[in-house]
Design a protein around this ligand. Structure first.
Ligand SMILES: *Cc1c(COP(=O)(O)O)cnc(C)c1O
Length: 459
């Protein structure tokens, strides 16, 4: 069979997934349970209800149900911008002169500009169904805040977004977008919460971090009636929602008889990567494929490649339950000149387990190389990629060039998670050649590690 593969591998609307795909159900060795920070015992649903919507808690703790139905009201919302395009990168293959076949799944076609809307819509939908009236969250680069603002506008919920202060200054248009959709934006750390005031007292000049913003958002959710907190990455229910990415990709590839040898995704907290690989990793765990999976992270925030596998907090104020993950310590803040996103200190627990057990590889890349790849890709394929997504582009190009050396005709798939329209200040510093690389020293990382809790499970 040598049917020519079209540039866009189309799926029809009625081929979109009706269920989420729970990768944990396929794992013989499960990720370690979430621990209650006080008792150090596995957390139960009641521990998490004050913070998260009930349905999300249920999904978070479920590591046995393979297929979880996507509610019809949510499928309806997805149909407004999905299925997302799966594109054969013919132009890039030609430009690189590689025998490899390259594909990418593009999640940047919605206005918020990234895959984050997939989970934002799900979390807003469940909050509304539960009878909540408002939500709080944090945002770093701004994609998650934009996605939540869109989702809350659609499903009719109020939203407070704590935005990492440096990002709110660097990205006025992101801020404007979030506010245009009706959300209330607060630069973090702020004086509106106890945790924000504590962080400011210690370090009044701080530009903030995702960890601080999370502490503020959780505090506000817990103290407000009919309000809960939503998180856009790291947690297992977020990966579950993102499994629409992998399921669409697998179905479209199966239709055309394409089997990926290598699947690449950028990794911040792990949600797009976890969602993209879910059904493919299931085949690998069942011994049905030899696909390689590669997580790509910034050298300035190297959770997988230089982090510790330990139980750690999700936030700076150390208020969240403990997650066993690759972590740089919840107090770790990447260098201020890091413009490329993916700045969270930890990594999703399921991906951490897969990495620990050798099913997933990881590599880190410096930001000037990432932007070299981003600009090259934009010129060749036409899409201006988000800096985060460009980590995956960089690795995909490297793998394709490796095939050129060896003459192997591998099939490479990567996740193109979003567009870079709101990241023009980063592109400006790249174009001006003022962008530099910031790789933490071992001593800098040691400071972060010192904040990892000293508990028996970490011995
Ligand atoms: C948030 C974001 C990421 C990283 O988050 P993950 O949870 O690791 O997927 C990657 N790309 C874009 C465009 C993002 O907005």
């Amino acid at each position: 069979m040598s049917k020519k593969i079209p540039t866009r591998l189309y799926l029809a609307e009625d081929e979109m997934p009706k269920n989420w795909f729970n990768l944990r159900a396929c794992m013989a060795q499960k990720p370690d349970p979430i621990l209650h920070p006080g008792t150090l015992k596995p957390a139960v649903a009641e521990d998490l209800y004050p913070v998260f919507c009930k349905e999300c808690v249920k999904q978070e703790l479920d590591d046995t149900t393979l297929l979880i139905p996507i509610p019809e009201g949510l499928q309806e919302f997805y149909r407004a911008y999905r299925p997302a395009p799966l594109i054969r990168a013919y132009f890039l293959e030609k430009a690189l002169g590689t025998p490899a076949e390259i594909y990418y799944k593009f999640e940047g076609t919605n206005t918020s500009g990234s895959h984050k809307l997939n989970s934002a819509a799900a979390q807003a939908y469940y909050a509304k169904e539960e009878g909540l009236t408002s939500l709080t969250t944090e945002t770093g680069a701004g994609q998650w805040g934009s996605a939540m603002a869109m989702a809350c506008a659609f499903f009719g919920l109020d939203l407070k977004v704590y935005m990492v202060k440096v990002s709110s200054q660097q990205k006025p248009y992101r801020r404007a977008l979030i506010e245009t959709y009706g959300a209330h934006l607060i630069p973090s750390p702020s004086d509106t919460t106890e945790s924000g005031r504590a962080i400011l007292a210690q370090n009044p000049e701080t530009g903030g971090s995702l960890g601080c913003a999370i502490s503020e958002a959780i505090e506000t959710a817990v103290k407000t009636d009919k309000c809960r907190y939503v998180l856009g990455s790291v947690l297992n229910h977020v990966l579950l929602h993102q499994s629409v990415i992998g399921q669409e990709t697998k179905l479209a590839m199966d239709k055309y008889g394409v089997k990926p040898d290598i699947i690449i995704g950028c990794a911040g907290g792990g949600s797009n990567l976890g969602g993209l690989i879910a059904p493919f990793m299931s085949d690998k765990l069942a011994g049905k494929s030899k696909t390689r999976f590669i997580a790509v992270e910034p050298a300035s925030c190297p959770s997988f490649t230089r982090g510790r596998y330990a139980y750690d907090f999700g936030d700076t104020a150390k208020t969240t339950p403990l997650l066993r993950m690759y972590t740089l310590g919840s107090g770790y803040i990447p260098s201020a000149n890091h413009a490329g996103g993916l700045r969270y200190h930890g990594m999703n627990s399921t991906l951490s387990k897969l990495y620990k057990d050798g099913y997933l590889e990881a590599r880190s890349v410096v930001q000037t190389d990432v932007f070299d790849a981003a600009v090259r890709f934009a010129k060749i394929e036409g899409i201006l990629p988000a800096p985060e997504s460009s980590h995956a582009i960089k690795a995909a190009i490297d793998e394709a060039l490796e095939c050129k050396k060896t003459g192997e005709k591998k099939t490479i798939l990567f996740g193109l998670t979003g567009t870079g329209y709101f990241d023009m200040s980063a592109y400006i510093s790249y174009n001006d050649k003022t962008m530099s690389d910031a790789v933490p020293t071992d001593a800098e990382l040691a400071k972060g590690f010192a904040g990892i809790p000293d508990i028996p499970a970490n011995k």
